[in-house]
Ligand binder design. Structure first.
Ligand SMILES: Nc1nc2c(c(=O)[nH]1)N[C@H]1C(S)=C(S)[C@@H](COP(=O)(O)O)O[C@H]1N2
Ligand SMILES: [Mo]
Length: 327
């Protein structure tokens, strides 16, 4: 699968530029559940090959999506501008504006995701096969960074469980680990920190199988901008943002709790679970409240919700667990 061979790209997942622009305007205007009603009209979008020979997908390439019942409605979306210019992606620099400036060099094609560890048989999935595996859904999720800011982001993807089912994990697979792309020649900013690369994160198997956990390919109806983790990332909306590894190249099924990037760096600050919890402060930041980016100054501050507001869907995963100890 090369970008120079457009027939290999799932043209069913691509729509022309002017339609995505309309769509984007539509989505940006959406401040409530009306997204669900309007989405039906978007199904008839025509197909186009929008690729010139290159080693990365054109930013702004549209993805064809369907609505999802798992979307969070009723909250104002954070603007495309804010979502794509205020990023944590330390491989491309620590200051928040740096990933948007530097991540253009990430080569997102060809791209494969290796499935390793406790599986019936190791496999490799091409990104274009992954895009076609299941219908891509629009899912609006709250996004809460442990540093205290939050956004509302319209992601595009499908439940990670759909992918995991294709991986045929063995019963001994109790955890799953996600490994980000790393090439220090490409990501030359990565030496600004003492992180032990590649970035990696992990989930317990039942967390990974929860329908909310999203294998994510896009946002605002378009392919992910590189700074947001192109071409494929994880999004776990009830956990702090760092659990959602970007630009993943390997999914590793393991029997023991994996040693993840932030948990290894500072275990007292970054527990393995990292569920959003206003009652458990991080040594560096109180987690009681958050600042919703993009709103007028006086409207930004809000109370942080347990499990980022997704308790109905995920609280049962932690029944009987001490959430302070297992932070
Ligand atoms: N590979 C990688 N993934 C990463 C990070 C990173 O530095 N490198 N930062 C994490 C953090 S701290 C957050 S808050 C989210 C930010 O995602 P966004 O930029 O799409 O909002 O990505 C997470 N995934
Ligand atoms: Mo974060």
């Amino acid at each position: 699968m090369l970008i120079g061979k457009p027939s290999d790209f799932p043209s069913s997942a691509i729509t022309p530029k002017e339609q995505y622009l309309n769509r984007r305007r539509f989505l940006r205007g959406a401040v409530s559940g009306v997204v669900t009603a309007g989405a039906a009209a978007l199904g008839a979008e025509q197909l186009a090959d929008v690729f010139a020979p290159r080693t990365r997908v054109q930013a702004g390439t549209r993805l064809q999506t369907v609505q999802s019942p798992l979307t969070t409605t009723g909250e104002q979306l954070t603007s495309y501008q804010d979502i794509t210019t205020f990023n944590n992606f330390y491989e491309f620099g620590v200051p928040k504006d740096q990933p948007a400036k530097n991540a253009g060099v990430l080569p997102t094609r060809p791209w494969t995701v290796a499935v390793t560890g406790k599986v019936k048989q190791p496999k490799t999935f091409d990104i274009d096969a992954l895009l076609k595996l299941r219908p891509l859904e629009d899912r609006i999720y709250r996004h809460r960074c442990v540093e205290g800011w939050s956004m509302v982001i319209p992601w595009v993807g499908y439940s990670l469980s759909e992918f995991i089912n294709q991986c045929e994990p063995l019963p001994s697979a109790k955890y799953v680990q996600f490994v980000s792309y790393y090439d220090r020649k490409v990501e030359k900013w990565s030496n600004q920190t003492s992180i032990y690369w590649p970035y990696n994160e992990g989930l317990r198997m039942d967390e990974a199988m929860n329908p909310l956990t999203l294998l994510t390919f896009g946002l605002y109806g378009e392919v992910l901008p590189n700074q947001n983790g192109a071409p494929v990332r994880i999004v776990v909306p009830w956990k702090y943002g760092y659990k959602s590894a970007k630009s993943i190249v390997e999914v590793r099924f393991v029997s023991d709790m994996p040693r993840t990037t932030w948990n290894t760096m500072a275990p007292s600050m970054y527990g393995f679970y990292s569920n959003v919890n206003p009652n458990v402060d991080n040594p560096a930041w109180s987690q009681r409240t958050e600042r919703r980016l993009g709103l007028p100054f006086y409207a930004q501050r809000r109370t942080t919700l347990l499990f980022n507001g997704y308790g109905d869907q995920v609280a049962s995963l932690y029944k009987g667990m001490d959430l302070r100890w297992n932070h």
